[in-house]
Structures are given as C-alpha cells and as structure tokens.
Design a protein around this ligand. Structure first.
Ligand SMILES: Cc1cc2nc3c(=O)[nH]c(=O)nc-3n(C[C@H](O)[C@H](O)[C@H](O)COP(=O)(O)O)c2cc1C
Length: 264
C-alpha cells in the first residue's frame, strides 16, 4: 500500500518529524508481520514551495487547473490521488495547525466543493508543547472529511516546547504509535472507508443538500460535478458504494437534514 506522509513542521528533526519516524517504523513492522508491503513517501511542507491562496476563486468557478499560482501544489495533489492513505502531522501553533498546514488546506479548498478522495483513509495528529485543545485536529478533520477522506485515527501528542530526544520519544510513545498505526493500516487493508461513520455520512448529506438546492446556473462547475457523479440522486447516501447498516445511514440522513436546515 502507498502512504503519503505530509509533515507541516518547518523545524528540521523536530517533534513532529520524530513521531512520523516512529509511525513509519510501526507501519513497516505491521506490514512485515502481515506479509504485505508499505511504501511511505514524505512531503515536508517546510521544503516545498506552496504559495498562499490569492482568493481569486478561479478554482471554484472555472476549475482548479485555472489557479494562477504555479507551484508544487500540483505535485502534492497528484501524490494524494496516487496514495491509498495519508498521514497529516502538524505542530500546534497558538491552538491551531501551523501556517504551512493551513496554507495547504486553503489551497485545496475546492475539494470541499468537489470531493475527490472517497475510499481513502487518513491518520491525523498534532504535536504540542502543553496539553492543547482539539481545535487543530478539528481543522484537519473538517477539511479532509469534506474532501471525501475516511478519518481512521486522530491523536494529540504532548511533547513540550523543546525537541525531545529520539530515544525518549520511542520510550514514551512507541506503544501509542503502534496502536494508531495498526488501526490506520487495517483501515486501508480492510477497506474501512467502505464502512463510513455517522459523521462521514452526515458530511455527505449536508454537502448533498447544499448542491441539490443550488441552481445549475450558479456554481455550475460544482453542481455538474455532483450531478455527473450521481450524488444528487435522492437515493444516493454516500460518495461510493458502501457496506453499512441502514440504521446508521438513516440516522445520519436525519441528523444531516436537521443540520442542513441551519447551515445550508
Ligand atoms: C509559534 C509557536 C506557537 C506555539 N503554540 C503552541 C500552543 O498554542 N500550544 C501548545 O501546546 N504548544 C505550542 N507550541 C509548541 C509546539 O506546538 C510544540 O513544541 C511542537 O511539538 C513543535 O513541533 P515541531 O518540533 O515539529 O515543530 C508553539 C510553538 C511555536 C514555535
């Protein structure tokens, strides 16, 4: 399986990178035990040229290929499409993800309108100095969920302000990382995205209600995208064919409709 690991920390050999390395070792071990292979590719946002979004809305209104910025985002998008699963790791800066992570999320905002990653699993984590709130995880979870990802695991690592020695990280977090990596690995191996959570269903329902209400004249591109995919059909309840207890999808359908009344 192919996994793309995106580290948004700019500090080289920092705490976030330490957790990524531990995660990689765990994944390789799990794969070996199961007689499978894992190919893990890193992207360090500190070393990747991703300019800030200019707010021109060309991606929303004309298509992402009309983005006036020509940088490494195209490469990252291609790698995301090729991966079976992704790991996003960010240090906490002032109670949220750091700038490079938010910048990446903003540049890919058009995926919130045109989800493209259904069927893929994600693991998200943060590293913080003190005990941070869940705000940063929510930032990443909300973005990835609306892009279609299945969030298999999320975790907040409390590391301290200084970089922790590699041996200490291993001692403190080996077991935890191993558990998270196992859930993530199995989610890809067992095709867990075919068993959406109530939360994923609701996200779909809320998006669907929005696009069903939209006239085809405004936001034509997004509307056509949803229509072509068959996602606007009343019986359609998720991006992909899936296996799920109908009680779960029915509950999500009702909850999604109620939430849509307030936000859509
Ligand atoms: C500008 C800045 C802001 C930070 N804000 C917070 C914060 O709000 N809460 C917290 O617990 N840690 C905060 N930290 C600490 C980092 O989140 C923590 O040390 C993290 O593990 C750093 O990861 P890195 O070494 O991969 O960059 C901050 C660090 C910096 C440099």
């Amino acid at each position: 399986m192919k996994i793309l690991a995106i580290n948004s920390s700019i500090r080289k050999h920092g705490n976030t990178e330490r957790i990524f390395h531990l995660m990689e070792q765990s994944l390789l071990k799990i794969a070996k035990e199961k007689g499978k292979t894992v190919e893990l590719e890193y992207i360090s946002l500190g070393e990747t040229n991703i300019e800030p979004c200019r707010g021109c809305r060309f991606c929303f209104e004309k298509g992402e290929e009309f983005c006036p910025i020509k940088d490494n985002l195209t490469l990252i998008r291609r790698k995301l499409q090729e991966a079976d699963g992704i790991i996003l790791g960010s240090p906490i800066y002032v109670e949220d993800v750091n700038g490079p992570m938010k910048n990446l999320i903003d540049r890919m905002a058009f995926y919130c309108h045109r989800p493209s990653f259904s069927g893929k699993s994600a693991l998200i984590f943060t590293t913080s100095g003190a005990g941070s709130t869940k705000h940063a995880l929510r930032t990443m979870r909300n973005a990835l969920s609306t892009w279609g990802f299945y969030i298999a695991v999320e975790y907040r690592f409390r590391m301290g302000g200084s970089v922790i020695a590699e041996l200490d990280v291993i001692q403190k977090y080996s077991d935890k990382v191993n558990k998270l990596a196992t859930v993530f690995f199995n989610s890809i191996d067992n095709n867990k995205p075919l068993h959406p959570t109530i939360y994923s269903y609701m996200i779909f329902k809320i998006q669907q209600t929005y696009w069903q209400k939209e006239s085809s004249k405004r936001n034509k591109l997004d509307y056509e995208y949803w229509k072509t995919k068959g996602w606007l059909e009343p019986f359609c309840d998720y991006y992909i064919d899936h296996k799920c207890l109908s009680i779960k999808s029915k509950t999500a359908r009702v909850l999604g409709k109620i939430i849509s009344k307030f936000f859509v």
